[in-house]
Every structure is written in C-alpha cells, then in structure tokens.
Ligand binder design. Structure first.
Ligand code: MN
Ligand code: MN
Length: 456
C-alpha cells in the first residue's frame, strides 16, 4: 500500500554495467563540448552502427535505420518500426547545446597592453562562476568566400588555455558588497588571450600580434570574426567524483546526460513495433528558437519524409495524425536535492542523486506557467513501462512552488499533439562550469530510453 523510495545502490544493481557505461559517457563528454561537435560525434557513431543519411535512401521499411542532420547543429535518428508511421512514433527529445560564452561579432581588442575577446553569454548562468576557470574555444569561422575553418583550442594535453580574470579579494571590498547578479558584470566577461606585443607596432601591438598568429595558423583576418560562431567553454574534462567514483563531474551534463543515453539507446534498437526517434536539438538554453531549435519544423519535416519513404503518401492530415498518435519523453535534467542548499527544495517532491531517472510531470514557474503538464494517463503508461523494465525512477519537480522555475522542450513537442512527459537525470550544480551527475542515474536513463523505444 505504501510507496517508499530507496537509494538505488541498495537495490540489486549491475554495478559493472553502470560503471562501464559511465566510461563511454565520459569519452562522449570530452569529445562533444558543443552542439556542432555533438552532431559530428553522433553521426560518426550512427554510421558505425549502420544508420544511413535519409537523403540517400529512396524507400524505408521496418528495421531500417536513418538519420538527418539539420545545419550541423541538430540531428534526428530513427529506427523504422513494424507499424505504419501514421500509427505514431516514440520520440526521445533532448538537447545538445549548453550554457557557454559566445564571442561577440567584433570580439578582439587590446586594453592595458593585453588582448581580449568580448563575449555574450549563452543561456542562464551565474556569471561569477565563469571567472578564474580555464576555458577552451570551439566552433567555426566562415570566411567571406564560404570556406569553413573548424576551431578547437585548449582541450588537448599541453594545449594552451584561456581565462577570464577576477579581482583579488584584497581589493574586492566594493565588489563583494554587490548583489550576486552584479558581482561580475556581463561586459566584464572578457577572455584573456594574449599579452606579447609585436616589436615594431606602436599602437595595440598585442592585438596586432594575436591577429598575425591567427592569420598564420588559421588564415583568418579580423573581419572573419563577424561570420564566426566561437564558443568558450570550460577546459575541464569529465572526471569521477568521490572516493567511491559513483559521480561524474563535467561541463555540459545538461543535457548530454540525456542526449548520450538517447543516442546509445537508439543505436542499440534493432527491432521496434513503433518507429523510434532520437531527437537531438539545439538552442534549448535560449528558448528553443530558430531553425535548429525544437520550435523549428525539423521534426515535422523528418516525419513527413518518413511517411513518404515508407510508402504512405505524405499529406498534412497524415502528419497531424502521426503526431497525434505519438509519444515523447522529453529527456532533460532536473535539480537534485543539495544538502548544502536545502531551502529551495521540497523534500517530498524533488529529484535525488542515485534514485534513478527523475520523472517530471510538469516544469514551469509561478504556478506551472509555461509548462507541459503531462496527463495522468501518460504518466501511468510511463510509470508502468519503467516498472516492467526494472528502470529505477522517482517523481520529482524542480524545487519549491515559488522558488523559481524553468522549462524544457516538452511544451513545444506537446504543442504538436504528441503525448509528452519530462524525465532525465537530476544534477547538482546545474549550469555551473562543472556539473555533477550520478553514474547510476545516467545508466537508468539509458535503460529508460531503450525501453521506451520498444514501447507499444
Ligand atoms: Mn537542459
Ligand atoms: Mn539547461
């Protein structure tokens, strides 16, 4: 009669499976620091596992595996089911973008005989957390002639690194009186990138030297920054945390911690009744806007292609019917109870470390505002699925009713008519440069998604 939760490690868990899966996850984290790198790595693994680009495939039948890349920033993978696409598909949606510092269009300047990049932060961050940590630089520079230069600096051993400096405590009397939102102003998130002037340059010799190095190494000039997407991220690799090695510390667990389980679950899906869809989307951290975000038409276009290539004449009504018959797990992170900061959590209804995947009926803020509120019927279906497949799970919401809030892509997928619910790993230090996730919870999320792809 009673419903009681227990720490997952007290149950009979295949510890070896949990720990070996974590090793693969850590490698993925180190490889895929940005959305573009995540797409490249996922496509590489997809091809290795027999997935074909949907553009190269004329017709599709049960068991076929395809993928579609959207502008190098978002990706869908699918395993065609035995049932017609029109009967509905099972989608796991997660995101591959993460909070970071983007370079401004005119980033490079010199001040105090040092050179800097100006940044514009991306997503919700505590700005003061991003100073005095090593940073690496990732992304692309597209020259006016269309030539694309891939940039990845600061992640290899013995590689150089970058940093945003902070004021010493001795002189921070005024700074430390400020509100936490103002301790570090957005316009002081300037990345230190050099200090050695060119010998015979009278003015801005350090900047001139940087330009000359960049020109020599990448063949770029200052104007090329205007057509670049360069992202500064923490230059820290994923590592085990704790004497027992049960946790992983890393940049961008949100939302690789659901995207990697999403990817690996679909790669291992050989047969399914309903077509299985792994959606890896971009721009979640800034509202899922734009042509690579979850509000774009990418999913609809992909489903239309599936209808067409499985021999169904694609039509608007068939697409709508497909969506209306579909199910979605919106795989995104929640907040795990943190005993150092107990006050914003509601202990009976929060995410927990080592209790498996967190099932979240609704997100939002100020009274479920802006939330997909999953139906009781769908909650029951998913609860039953997890129980039948030995997936450890617990129900949780982000925090106390009026403590704050947040959202995921769930609402945008649900708006299409898809039965949708949020679930994922609950993190410690979410959106910090170094976030913490439980190996057991990551593994249970992978098991949950695998079971969902086979769900009827
Ligand atoms: Mn997220
Ligand atoms: Mn986030």
């Amino acid at each position: 009669m009673k419903y009681e939760l227990q720490n997952g490690w007290k149950k009979s868990i295949d510890k070896d499976a949990v720990f070996s899966y974590a090793e693969k996850y850590k490698s993925f984290l180190n490889e895929a620091k940005t959305e573009r790198e995540a797409v490249c790595e996922c496509v590489r693994l997809a091809k290795e596992n027999g997935f074909k680009n949907i553009e190269d495939v004329e017709t599709l039948t049960s068991g076929d595996k395809v993928y579609s890349v959207n502008r190098g920033k978002s990706l869908i993978l699918a395993v065609i089911g035995k049932e017609k696409v029109e009967c509905g598909v099972n989608i796991v949606g997660s995101h591959i973008d993460a909070p970071r510092l983007d370079l401004k269009p005119n980033p490079l300047y010199e001040d105090g005989e040092m050179a800097y990049f100006k940044t514009h932060y991306y997503g919700g961050i505590k700005k003061y957390q991003w100073t005095a940590v090593p940073l690496s630089l990732h992304g692309v520079v597209v020259k006016a002639n269309g030539e694309k230069i891939n940039v990845r600096i600061g992640d290899e051993k013995d590689d150089l690194t970058f940093v945003i400096t902070d004021l010493l405590p001795h002189l921070a009397r005024e700074q430390m009186q400020k509100k936490a939102t103002e301790i570090v102003d957005g316009e002081t998130l300037n990345i230190l990138i050099g200090s050695m002037p060119l010998e015979d340059e009278e003015k801005d010799g350090v900047k001139a030297n940087i330009l000359s190095i960049l020109n020599e190494k990448y063949g770029i000039c200052e104007e090329d920054f205007i057509s670049a997407e360069l992202e500064a991220v923490p230059a820290m690799d994923a590592k085990d945390i704790g004497f027992d090695r049960a946790l992983i510390g890393a940049y961008a667990h949100d939302d690789k911690v659901c995207s990697f389980p999403n990817l690996t679950a679909i790669l291992e899906t050989e047969e399914c009744e309903r077509t299985a869809i792994c959606l890896l989307t971009d721009k979640e951290e800034i509202g899922s806007m734009g042509n690579s975000g979850a509000k774009s038409n990418f999913l609809n276009y992909f489903l239309s292609q599936l209808l067409e290539k499985t021999g169904d004449v694609s039509s608007t009504v068939k697409l709508y019917r497909t969506l209306n018959n579909s199910y979605c797990l919106s795989g995104d992170v929640s907040a795990a109870f943190d005993p150092n900061f107990p006050s914003p959590y509601e202990k009976r209804n929060c995410g927990r470390v080592n209790y498996g995947i967190t099932l979240t009926k609704y997100t939002g803020s100020g009274g479920k505002g802006g939330s997909n509120d999953a139906s009781a019927e769908f909650m029951a279906k998913i609860r039953n699925l997890f129980n039948e497949n030995d997936v450890l799970w617990h129900a949780g919401e982000l925090g106390k009713v009026d403590a704050g809030g947040g959202g995921t892509i769930a609402q945008y997928i649900a708006n299409l008519g898809v039965e949708t619910v949020d679930c994922g790993v609950s993190l410690l230090s979410m959106h910090a440069p170094y976030e913490v996730a439980s190996k057991l919870d990551v593994y249970m999320t992978y098991k949950a998604f695998g079971a969902f792809f086979k769900m009827r």
